[in-house]
Design a protein around this ligand. Structure first.
Ligand SMILES: Nc1ncnc2c1ncn2[C@@H]1O[C@H](COP(=O)(O)OP(=O)(O)OP(=O)(O)O)[C@@H](O)[C@H]1O
Ligand code: NI
Length: 280
């Protein structure tokens, strides 16, 4: 099922997540059962054509959000809340079936590419999974659209530069014409031009009609390509702000934590906000 089959219209959000919660069941010394709530109320929606940034500190629950939406949590995790795709309420199993097709996750750490397979095979596989009738042609086209010539198909991931790898990832993500792309921290470890290229790749994916959720620590980088910013802290989404509100001394930002994140950026002359529980 791809974007057309999901029947995503501009009126309904492609992705609509309400009050998502994720708890882990843990056993202490094999006996005492303990439930730890890692995500405690995350709400986010993204419309076709939009890039919505999900920003927050390390451990805030951003990656869990992505995994929960895809229905890919570890077995000891329990998720609750409502996840709609194209207006339809779907359970975890239904979302897992859409993974790689209507719904794509680019996981944190760049492990999205299989190091043992050639680029061409990987993009063709994504095209096949997405139901493209001629996977080879679709793969060639997806790579060419991103400025990669046919020879790239024969390369292995370790033979790609950072920027090329990201474009290949973009091709893998975009070849099925997905309704929703969740990109988890797509930029660490890349040099600045490659970071910009990767973010622009996501922007183009959205301009092509997908709803993109950009998970990142990099508020400044996110502002360059996003339409809205959702801020999370300690497992909860605490604010949603328009990109235009991130200006000057942050007076346009209503939420104190969002304002503190903005003011903590280098050049703004303020200190980073303390994390809950952190020693000050
Ligand atoms: N399998 C698990 N079992 C127990 N707790 C977990 C598990 N996976 C994640 N957590 C906890 O959930 C919280 C959120 O983790 P998550 O990976 O979503 O953070 P994040 O916002 O993506 O951080 P980062 O920016 O560092 O990637 C963390 O406190 C983490 O310890
Ligand atoms: Ni993460």
């Amino acid at each position: 099922m791809n974007r057309r089959e999901l029947d995503v219209s501009v009126e309904s959000a492609a992705l609509d997540v309400r009050d998502l919660r994720v708890a882990f069941v843990q056993y202490e010394r094999g006996l005492r059962r303990r439930v730890v709530e890692a995500v405690r109320g995350m709400t986010l929606s993204a419309h076709p054509g939009e890039v919505v940034a999900l920003v927050g500190a390390s451990g805030a629950g951003k990656s869990l959000f992505g995994h929960a939406v895809l229905g890919m949590l570890p077995p000891n995790a329990r998720a609750t809340g409502e996840v709609r795709l194209g207006g339809r309420l779907l359970d975890e199993a239904a979302r897992r079936r859409l993974a790689g097709r209507g719904l794509v996750l680019l996981p944190q750490g760049g492990s999205y590419l299989d190091p043992t397979a050639r680029v061409g095979a990987q993009v063709r596989r994504a095209a096949r999974l997405a139901g493209r009738r001629d996977p080879a042609a679709a793969a060639r086209e997806a790579l060419a659209e991103r400025g990669l010539e046919a020879g790239v198909e024969r390369l292995y991931p370790h033979e790609l530069s950072g920027g090329m790898a990201r474009r290949v990832v973009g091709a893998v993500a975009g070849v099925g014409d997905p309704a929703v792309v969740i990109a988890d921290e797509p930029t660490p470890g890349l040099h600045p031009e490659a970071v910009a290229a990767a973010l622009q790749g996501l922007r183009r994916t959205a301009d092509g009609g997908a709803a993109v959720v950009l998970i990142t620590h990099d508020l400044r980088g996110a502002l360059g390509v996003s339409d809205r910013v959702v801020v999370c802290r300690a497992g909860s989404t605490v604010d949603e702000a328009a990109v235009a509100d991130f200006a000057g001394d942050g007076a346009g930002l209503a939420h104190p934590y969002t304002r503190a994140l903005w003011q903590a950026l280098p050049g703004h002359g303020f200190r980073a906000p303390a994390e809950p529980g952190a020693a000050s």
